[in-house]
Design a protein around this ligand. Structure first.
Ligand code: ACO
Length: 327
């Protein structure tokens, strides 16, 4: 058996503050009915004042490490997938390394937006396959609420905050990460972007006045691109592993829109009972959505040893990614 990465512990954390559709209805011209029908979202979590990406990551990581029975100083690498880290530098992974006391770990961030966790899973698996890492912590975290224009009804209803983490180690069994598939199309970068605060539009009173530090999205074009792309991605991932959709125990998709998820399930011929959905409670938590959904599925006892699980995500970049895992 060839060497591959295997997830041996999961953890997640969401902030306590709940913002419901009814709460948002008091802020902008929208309704619970519109948001529920168009997205499936009912409420989302909002990080408290002073609560940043590394704080959410710390809670999720502690839970994943405890589940894996691994101490922080045993971890040799920390990867954090985020587009809303504590600050542009240092990396959130480095801050997390300090907070955890993971003295023996290298640490770096990956920015793959909503596909970030699966990009991270692919990088993690590659480090493990090459022998560079023996015990690795991968976190997906986003504090999207800090980058929302709360007057823009087309984006403010969609996003939430949270963190999910997995601990990985090498295996030579049939279990683990069977394959990962990464894609991008930078010609479509402006479908979803946060233009301010970088070297193109550095922070200035003008950039703040123009809301350049908030997420902008061409929702409908993104929606169509997501549905088109994800079906092909899922089928190619299964084909690469010689697996039929009917052999899947579970689909864990990125949690952006229930209509996108249902379209995927339908095209794969999967009943919704095999699809993990939690966007009704958390909205789109970007890089955190897949590891939170995985952790909840594990803790609810929905995942069994030997199960084939398909992960897929789509987001800013554009980027899209998938992974087939044997649990
Ligand atoms: N409440 C009421 N009406 C609204 C709201 C709202 N919150 N938001 C938009 N509308 C209106 C629009 O103004 C528009 O009105 P008009 O017809 O008078 O112009 C109408 O509703 C329809 O707008 P659309 O944008 O066409 O609505 P759509 O059905 O596409 O739903 C949504 C919008 C939910 C954003 C959907 O397009 C979507 O989910 N897109 C994909 C999101 C995604 O997958 N993102 C990828 C990950 S994100 C990342 O990487 C950071």
């Amino acid at each position: 058996m060839s060497l591959r990465g295997r997830i041996i512990g999961t953890g997640s954390y969401v902030p306590k503050n709940i913002l419901t559709n009814f709460d948002i209805g008091k802020m902008v011209d929208t309704s619970d009915e519109w948001i529920t029908e168009r997205t499936g979202i009912k409420e989302r979590r909002i990080a408290g004042e002073g609560e940043a990406a590394s704080d959410l990551s710390l809670q999720a990581s502690k839970r994943a490490l405890s589940e894996a029975g691994i101490k922080p100083n045993e971890i040799d690498m920390i990867i954090v997938a985020t587009m809303s880290g504590d600050m542009p530098m240092p990396s959130t992974a480095a801050i997390l390394q300090g907070k955890l006391g993971a003295k023996n770990a290298a640490a770096f961030d990956i920015n793959g937006a909503c596909s970030g966790f699966l990009y991270g899973l692919s990088v993690a698996d590659s480090f493990i396959k090459s022998g560079m890492s023996k015990k690795l912590l991968l976190v997906g975290v986003d504090v999207n609420s800090r980058f929302i224009n709360w007057q823009d009804r087309s984006t403010c209803v969609l996003f939430g905050d949270g963190a999910g983490a997995v601990v990985m180690k090498p295996t030579r069994t049939k279990r683990g990460i069977l394959s990962t598939h990464l894609h991008s199309d930078g010609d479509l970068w402006d479908l979803i972007c946060l233009p301010g605060g970088g070297s193109r539009h550095p922070a200035s009173s003008e950039s703040i006045k123009n809301n350049l530090h908030c997420i902008k999205m061409k929702g409908n074009e993104t929606f169509k691109a997501a549905v088109r792309t994800l079906e092909k991605l899922a089928l190619n991932t299964l084909k690469a592993n010689n697996i039929k959709p009917s052999q899947l125990a579970m689909l864990i998709p990125h949690q952006a829109n229930l209509r996108i998820i249902k379209a995927m399930a339908k095209r794969l011929g999967l009943p919704m009972s095999k699809v993990v959905v939690n966007l009704d409670r958390y909205g789109n938590t970007s890089g955190a959505s897949i590891p939170i959904a995985l952790d909840e599925a594990v803790r609810e006892g929905r995942v069994r040893s030997g199960d084939y699980i398909l992960f897929e995500a789509f987001g800013s970049g554009l980027t899209w990614a998938s992974a087939l895992v044997r649990w």
